[in-house]
Design a protein around this ligand. Sequence first.
Ligand code: ADP
Ligand code: ZN
Length: 611
Amino acid sequence: MQVETGEAALQVLKSRYGYDQFRFRQAEIVQNLIDGNDALVLMPTGGGKSLCYQIPAIVREGVGIVISPLIALMQDQVNALNTIGIRASFLNSTQSFETRGEVEQQLINGDLDLLYVSPERLNTSDFFNLLHSIDIALFAIDEAHCVSQWGHDFRADYMRLKILHESFPAIPRIALTATADRRTRDEIIQQLELHQAARYIHSFDRPNIFYRISEGQNNRERLWQFIEDNHAESAGIVYCLSRKNVETVADWLSRKGRIALPYHAGMSSDQRAEHQRRFLVEDGVIIVATIAFGMGIDKPDVRFVAHLNLPKTIEAYYQETGRAGRDGLAADAWLAYGMQDVINLRMINQQNEAEESHKILQHSKLEAMLGLCEQVGCRRQTLLAYFDEQLEKPCGHCDNCLLPPTTWDATEAARMALSCVYRTGQRFGTNYVIDILLGKTDERIERNRHDQISTWGIGTELGNNQWRSVFRQLLAFAYLESDSELHGGLRLTQHAKPLLRGEESLHLREVVETSGKRRKRTNRVVVEQTNQPLFERLRSLRKTIAEENGVPPYVIFHDRTLHQMAAVQPLELEQMAELSGVGEKKLTRFGSIFLREIEDFVVGESGDELN
Ligand code: ADP
Ligand code: ZN
């Protein structure tokens, strides 16, 4: 029997999804569920989690119930499934009573392969009664980290999902998440009673993402430079800290000629939905957002994710940047931050009303994030190490690998900085202290008589920028801390002592002027020799079809599939069917239209040659 079900799964993969083979451990996971066992799946965003429950739900008798908190996405997910001929529907609070009734009828009639449902809906007694009266193939608990109180997306409704196991012990369950750290994982197992489940923990590496982190000024200008150089036409997400920033940056990018749409919790939900829709449906839109945006956005062709501020944790950074390049093609993660970010985040944490233990945790998470920013070695090694995964060699595909930063002996400078903080009474901010080091005077300095202390003017060998970099790193490495009660006034920590006493030396990263320097891309992801003009034509055809059907372009075909079409230039439906991402349904619906376009192109080209 084993073999037969295995074949059934592969058959579905080919005929519905148009893919030749399972990726990573998908085959095992699918088989495990088909056999009726539980599974816990940890895979990075874009790894291919959905197939892991969709295919068993189709192969097994009955409907697969998918629990997801991402209500806003259900419609899209269901559309995408319907497009490839899978009978799917959803139930959540956004629907009218009538619509819900219709979906429930579909369930009762056994007309569905998959049903997406919000945890709130699932937890109602009506729905539970309904569940007891139908055939269920499996339960998939998506975004399973939401059961973790320790994690960053805790939802009380998820805690109740235990009941699935208690009420339906014979039905296999699969819990999935892209959040990887050990503690969250343990909590998922605990809360959902998945002790018996087979665990599939996939590497969290996203080899197609190029990581770049820099500190500096004019971050906005540098962002523009980066976008212009690398992503003149592609879609991306720019994260900002505040709503106000979101608005100004979106405005600014629009004035530069890009379609840039704001997204934050202060906007009406209609407006937000509209912007999200345009981001999904139109080509090359930039969404400028607070972190309110993106949970579960599964647009595969987001080519870059930029941060104009420091994320609070590596988890958040990894999750946000993970939204880039889900299609496996080259993508960028770009982060620029400043000293003020460090100070602000530390202050927010200090002022937080939470329990002390929570504060300490948040603090250490922020330190880890800063460590990632300031480090001189491979970013990917550090990122993966954070998720308990080892990468043997430097990756060769991050900024530090490509352009190793130089360091300098900053022992003397650090001492000057620290003693200047000390001598001014540990109550002033960075700008003030730097002014003293540079020997400046103004009314305030004179009033405080700080032009008469021993550290006044001792730092003229370095410029303002260099000093800022020194202070930032002293903050990052916790030689200095900023005090929330003094509005960011600096003071020494105990780490500062050995350095001041001359018992320790310190090497810091050199400030590099990154602006203007163009990065050479190392595209580790090899795209087949594509034909750009043909690709563009296919892309615009896709756009027209997508508009006619009211779906995002990638629902028609992924970029990857279009690249293949442009490279292979199939002239027969059979050849077209060979391409990755072309299943039976799509072949029937769109095959000939695309063939015609390719033929036109090929004929046009040979005509050119004759002339
Ligand atoms: P996740 O939910 O893990 O973020 P998805 O399930 O959305 O990822 O899959 C990411 C992308 O990879 C999707 O476009 C999906 O169609 C594609 N994909 C998944 N499995 C395969 C496979 N075996 N072969 C080719 N593409 C795949
Ligand atoms: Zn690297």
